[in-house]
Design a protein around this ligand. Structure first.
Ligand code: SF4
Length: 251
C-alpha cells in the first residue's frame, strides 16, 4: 500500500497537468466543430480561434518539453528556461486548478510537484559538478530554547545535539559547501542574490518549498521536505540522508 501511495504521489502532478491539457484541447476542438457548423466564421471568431490554437500549441509543446526534461538534459539554455518557467508558472497552476475542483489534498499534489521538479533538476545537473552549492535551511529546525544565533552563521552552532543543525553543520563542513538559515522568503531571496549559487538544496515545509521553487525558478532548486513531529514551524527535523544525497549528486 505504501509503495502504491508513493507511486501515486509521484505521478499525480504530471497526470493532473496532462488531463487538464486533454480537457482544454477537447473543449477547443468541440467549440471549433460547433462554430464550423454555421456557414463560415466571422473575422473576430477566426481571430479568437487562431489565438486560442496558438496558446494550446504553446501549452502542449512546452509540456512535452517539460516531460522530456525529466529524462533528457535540454541543451539549448533558452529552451531549458522556457520549460522551467512553464513548469513553475503555468503547469503548477493548471494542476492546482484541477486539484481544487476535484477536492484533491493540496499536500499530496505539492509533494508530487516537488518530486517532479527534483527529477528535472537531477537530469539537468547530470554530469555537472558545481563549486557553489547553497543549502538553504528553515529557522524552525533549531531547538526552540537554543540562544545561539545560527541565522548569522550556522557555524555558530555549538553542536549540543539538541536539533538537526549540529549534524547539518558537520555535513556541510565535511563537504565544504555553503549553508544558510533563512527566516522567511525575503531573507532567502537576499541570500540567493548575494551568493549566486550554481544549485540550491532547499529544506522547508510544503508551502515554503513551492513558493521558493517558483520564486527562484531560474535556479536549479532541489527540494527536501522537512518533517514536523511537533507540528508546523516548531522544532522540525529533516532527513539528513536526502541532503547528503543531493550534495554528492551536485558536487
Ligand atoms: S544543535 Fe546547535 S542549534 Fe541545535 S540546539 Fe544545539 S547548539 Fe542550538
Amino acid at each position: 500500500m505504501k509503495e502504491q501511495e508513493q507511486y501515486l504521489s509521484v505521478i499525480k502532478f504530471p497526470a493532473f497537468v496532462s488531463i487538464t491539457l486533454i480537457v482544454l484541447s477537447a473543449a477547443y476542438f468541440g467549440l471549433l466543430y460547433h462554430a464550423l457548423q454555421k456557414p463560415g466564421l466571422s473575422n473576430s471568431e477566426t481571430l479568437i480561434f487562431g489565438f486560442l490554437l496558438l496558446v494550446l500549441l504553446f501549452l502542449v509543446g512546452s509540456w512535452a518539453l517539460t516531460l522530456m526534461s525529466t529524462h533528457l538534459r535540454i541543451k539549448p539554455r533558452w529552451l531549458q528556461r522556457l520549460s522551467k518557467w512553464s513548469l513553475t508558472h503555468v503547469f503548477y497552476s493548471l494542476a492546482r486548478f484541477l486539484g481544487a475542483i476535484t477536492f484533491t489534498q493540496p499536500g499530496t499534489l505539492i509533494e508530487s510537484f516537488l518530486n517532479f521538479n527534483n527529477e528535472t533538476v537531477l537530469t539537468d545537473q547530470q554530469d555537472v559538478r558545481n563549486s557553489n552549492i547553497l543549502i538553504l535551511l528553515p529557522h524552525c529546525l533549531q531547538k526552540e530554547d537554543c540562544n545561539i544565533r545560527i541565522t548569522t552563521d550556522i557555524i555558530n552552532c555549538e553542536e549540543c545535539g539538541g536539533c538537526d543543525i549540529a549534524t547539518i553543520k558537520k555535513l556541510v563542513s565535511a563537504q565544504a559547501v555553503d549553508a544558510a538559515v533563512a527566516t522567511g522568503g525575503s531573507l532567502a531571496r537576499k541570500l540567493i542574490a548575494d551568493k549566486q549559487p550554481d544549485v540550491i538544496v532547499a529544506v522547508a515545509c510544503h508551502r515554503d518549498l513551492v513558493e521558493g521553487v517558483r520564486d527562484a525558478w531560474n535556479y536549479p532548486v532541489y527540494a527536501v521536505l522537512n518533517e514536523r513531529p511537533k507540528g508546523p514551524c516548531h522544532e522540525t527535523t529533516v532527513n539528513l540522508a536526502s541532503i547528503e544525497f543531493a550534495i554528492k549528486r551536485f558536487k
